[in-house]
Design a protein around this ligand. Structure first.
Ligand SMILES: C[S@@+](CC[C@H](N)C(=O)[O-])C[C@H]1O[C@@H](n2cnc3c(N)ncnc32)[C@H](O)[C@@H]1O
Length: 223
């Protein structure tokens, strides 16, 4: 309940970056962490995986990720909002499942655009509300995703079903133009890199999870 209240407060105060009125459901969490579980099963001799969660918020996905991590995996989280980051820190201190993996986890308080990592990741799980952002920001975020992922690594993010197409019909001209530009940036990536789309009806609102594989070499940004 505390998490739902804090989420709603942040939604009202920081609409653009929070992008939702409530945390994601456990069904969405299960769908978005699917590639992590799959990569762990496939990893030869239990080779360690590097996992990055972007925009964890109050930890709707994190609480599943911390249960899935093996001792050899490394987990980084990048969160722009200090209030959310404070809540996440409390969970790492007080929740036994989170505390179990606190030594192998690191929370970074910064925008993804400013984040740098010593090594690339096998799995990126993103809760960023891309449909709220400017085309320039979305292009730079995808550049970051590809830069931070190993070739063959997986990127999973969610968006509310049909939201862009519905808004494109109803919104004012400048907003329609922005959404059209987002389509132009995102659709080529979906076309060339997507290996799966999960439909999650048990979420408010229902959502798609887009699962993409990193290109073998860097992909130039659009826009
Ligand atoms: C839609 S909420 C998702 C929260 C959580 N993953 C969930 O699904 O319930 C978006 C989250 O992304 C964070 N965020 C927004 N822009 C960000 C950025 N540029 N870098 C890092 N985090 C960001 C917000 O503060 C918020 O925690």
């Amino acid at each position: 309940m505390v998490h739902h209240r804090e989420f709603f407060r942040q939604f009202r105060q920081q609409f653009e970056t929070t992008g939702a009125i409530a945390p994601s459901s456990r069904f969405l969490a299960k769908a978005i962490t699917g590639p992590l579980v799959q990569k762990q099963r496939q990893s030869e001799n239990g080779a360690p995986l590097r996992v990055l969660e972007v925009g964890p918020g109050t930890g709707a996905f994190t609480k599943l990720i911390v249960r899935q991590l093996r001792p050899q995996d490394q987990f980084d989280l990048v969160e722009i909002n200090d209030d959310f980051a404070n809540l996440l820190e409390l969970s790492f201190e007080n929740d036994p499942h989170w505390n179990n993996v606190s030594e192998q986890s690191e929370l970074h308080r910064c925008p993804l655009q400013d984040f740098d990592a010593a090594e690339p990741y096998d799995v990126i799980i993103s809760g960023l509300p891309l449909n709220n952002f400017s085309p320039e920001l979305v292009a730079s975020i995808f550049d970051q995703f590809w830069r931070l992922l190993k070739p063959g690594g997986s990127l999973s993010y969610f968006e509310y079903m049909y939201i862009r197409s519905a808004k494109k019909k109803l919104a004012a001209k400048s907003e329609r133009e922005r959404l059209h530009q987002l389509d132009e940036i995102i659709k080529p990536f979906l076309k060339s890199q997507r290996f799966k789309r999960s439909w999650v009806f048990l979420n408010v609102p229902p959502a798609w999870v887009q699962h993409l594989t990193a290109p073998a070499t860097a992909t130039p940004s659009h826009g």
